[in-house]
Write a protein that binds this ligand. Sequence first.
Ligand SMILES: [Zn+2]
Length: 248
Amino acid sequence: MGSEGTYDDAGAAAIDLLRTAAPVRPDADHLLTTRTGLVIVDVVNGFCTVGAGNLAPVTPNKQIEKMVEEAGRLAKVFCDRNWPVFAFLDTHYPDKPEPPFPPHCIIGSGEENFVPALEWLENDPNVTIRRKDCIDGYLASFEKDGSNVFGDWIAKFQIQTVLVVGICTDYCVLDFASSTLAARNIGRVPPLQDVVIYSEGCATFDLPVEVAINIKGALAHPQDLMHHMGLYMAKSRGAKIVDRIILE
Ligand SMILES: [Zn+2]
């Protein structure tokens, strides 16, 4: 269809323009050390597995598949070395909506669990799991007594750097990174120094404008463009962005 070609061309031109106007140049290659903790954000069926609910991809998606692969690869490296891993799992009660999103990751639906490739993390003693019912993982880590499960994990393992992977680059990954950096700046998460986002280990969803235009109230969300913007915004908050990981 001619119209699709037009959209594709416009999309490609837009991402080129954005990469030129607001570039995200990678920081130095990241070297993993014993003081690095891996944070895995929401690699759950409800966001990653084709057909698994309102916010899951409707067809196989390369960016998401690559993210799952890289998250699994790094999780294996960390667990093999007994290095700390912290995983957020987006999980909601059916009677507690999360506007503006439609119901997703409801307890018991299976959407709230790790994707099949990462299911093994559920029982690995190296992994701390935090189920969360809000976008921002740092905020979601607060307990009623004011303690913070994520902050306690940082302190327990004396983590200086968190390496972040997961979905979505411009939602949960960005909000987690921004809040954690703000917390770092006011001394709430010692001895954390750096939040490093691995760009190849992150993904976001795709809702092209030509699809969104036919859904009432939907906000268009072109995947490559918004992934780029997510990285850009995180970098603007002080996160380091890397596109390569070097093993010590
Ligand atoms: Zn949610």
